[in-house]
Design a protein around this ligand. Structure first.
Ligand SMILES: Nc1ncnc2c1ncn2[C@@H]1O[C@H](COP(=O)(O)OP(=O)(O)OP(=O)(O)O)[C@@H](O)[C@H]1O
Ligand SMILES: [Mg+2]
Length: 338
C-alpha cells in the first residue's frame, strides 16, 4: 500500500454533524442528499405526523428515527422501539398491544404492549413491512383512532403515540403484490423519508471514515493521524452494499490492524468485493482522466467536493483538469469555481 502519500485529518474534514443530544450518537452529514434528509426530518419532527423512513440496510434509518424523536416536542418522553422482523409471528400482537392474564397459554400476568408503553412519547416500528397481513387492520385502527384492546381484553385503551416507522422493503410493490394493505400503506405514507445509499452520496465517505477512525482510535487507545490517499480513494470508490454499518465495521478492523499512526485499511478486500473486472491496459494519463471525470460526475461538477474525494488540493485538481484537457460543462472557457 502507498503509505507515503497520506491525508491528515485537517480542519476541512471537520464534518457537518447533527448531534442527538449529550452522550448520543452524532450524524455525519456532508452530502447535499443527507442534509436534505435531515432538513425534512427536522421539519416533520415538530409535528405529530406519522413518518415512514425507507432505505437500504445500514443507511441510518434508526439513527434518523432517533433524530426525529429528539427534535420533537415529545423528546422528554420515551422513544419505544420494536423490530417487527425480529419477533416471532405469534408474539408480535402481544408485544405491540399487550395482553391480559390468561389471554393465551403461558400468559401468567397482564403485560403492557409497546403502544401503551409509548403513550405520550414516540414508537419506532422498525421493519414495518414485515407485519403480517392479519395484524395490519389492528395497526391501522390504532393509527387512525389511537385506540386498541389488549390481547384477551375487552376494555378499549386510548393511547397518544407518535409513530415513526421504517422499512428496507418497497411497500408500494408489496401493495401491488397483495402482501401489504393499501389503506395501511397510505396511512403510513403521510410523510415518507428516503435515506440514500452510501454509494449515492460518496462525499460523506471521507468524513465517515475519519469519524469512525477517531472513534475507534480513542476506544482502542491508538493514535491515528493520517490515511493514505490511495486507501481513501479505494474506500470512496467502493459501493458499500452494507452502507454505513459496513463502513463502520471495516474501519474498526482497520484501526485494530494499524500499527503506527497511519491507518492501514485492508482495501484489497474492497477491491475484491467490488468484483472489478480487469479492463484492457490503458495509459496512466487515460486512467487519471477517467478517474477525475468519474469523481466530477459524482460531485455534480463541484470542484471543491471532487478535490476532497480525490484527496488533493483544489488548485492541484484544477491544474490537472486543464492539463488533461477536461472540459467542465458548467464553466465557460474552462474556468472553474468551487
Ligand atoms: N450519517 C451517519 N453518521 C454517523 N453514523 C451513522 C450515520 N448513518 C448511520 N450511522 C451508523 O451506522 C449504523 C447503522 O445505522 P442504522 O442502524 O440507523 O441503520 P438502519 O438503516 O436502521 O439499518 P437496518 O436496515 O440494517 O436496520 C449505526 O451504527 C449508525 O449509528
Ligand atoms: Mg434499523
Amino acid at each position: 500500500m502507498d503509505t507515503c502519500v497520506t491525508t491528515n485529518a485537517p480542519e476541512r474534514f471537520t464534518p457537518n454533524r447533527a448531534s442527538l443530544g449529550s452522550g448520543e450518537q452524532e450524524i455525519i452529514a456532508e452530502s447535499r442528499k443527507l442534509k436534505e434528509v435531515l432538513c425534512q426530518a427536522e421539519m416533520v419532527a415538530a409535528t405529530n405526523c406519522t413518518v415512514i423512513i425507507q432505505g437500504d440496510t445500514g443507511t441510518g434509518k434508526e439513527l434518523i428515527a432517533g433524530f426525529i424523536h429528539q427534535r420533537s416536542p415529545r423528546r422528554q418522553q420515551a422513544l419505544i422501539k420494536i423490530n417487527c422482523a425480529a419477533i416471532p409471528l405469534g408474539l408480535l400482537e402481544s408485544e405491540l398491544f399487550g395482553h391480559e392474564r390468561g389471554a393465551f397459554t403461558g400468559a401468567m400476568a397482564q403485560r403492557l404492549g409497546r403502544f401503551e408503553l409509548a403513550d405520550k412519547g414516540s414508537l419506532f416500528l422498525d421493519e414495518v413491512g414485515d407485519i403480517p397481513m392479519e395484524l395490519q387492520p389492528k395497526l391501522l385502527r390504532v393509527l387512525q383512532e389511537q385506540e386498541f384492546e389488549r390481547l384477551g381484553g375487552t376494555r378499549t385503551i386510548q393511547t397518544n403515540v407518535r409513530l415513526i416507522a421504517a422499512t428496507h422493503r418497497n411497500l408500494a410493490q408489496m401493495v401491488e403484490k397483495g402482501t401489504f394493505r393499501p389503506d395501511l400503506f397510505y396511512r403510513l405514507s403521510v410523510f415518507p423519508i428516503t435515506v440514500p445509499a452510501l454509494r449515492d452520496r460518496p462525499e460523506d465517505i471521507p468524513h465517515l471514515v475519519w469519524h469512525y477512525t477517531n472513534t475507534y482510535a480513542r476506544q482502542f487507545n491508538r493514535q491515528i493521524e493520517s490515511i493514505p490517499v490511495a486507501a481513501m480513494e479505494s474506500m470512496v470508490n467502493y459501493s458499500w452494499p452494507g452502507n454505513i454499518r459496513e463502513l463502520q465495521n471495516f474501519i474498526e478492523r482497520a484501526v485494530i490492524l494499524s500499527r503506527g499512526s497511519v491507518l492501514d485499511p485492508p482495501v484489497r478486500e474492497l477491491i475484491r468485493l467490488n468484483h472489478q473486472v480487469p479492463v484492457e491496459p490503458i495509459t496512466l494519463r487515460d486512467m487519471e482522466r477517467a478517474h477525475i471525470l468519474r469523481t466530477l460526475e459524482k460531485t455534480n461538477g463541484q470542484l471543491a467536493s471532487a478535490a476532497v474525494l480525490l484527496g488533493i488540493p483544489r488548485s492541484t485538481l484544477f491544474y490537472r483538469i486543464r492539463r488533461l484537457g477536461i472540459v467542465l460543462p458548467n464553466h465557460k472557457s474552462g474556468k472553474a469555481t468551487a
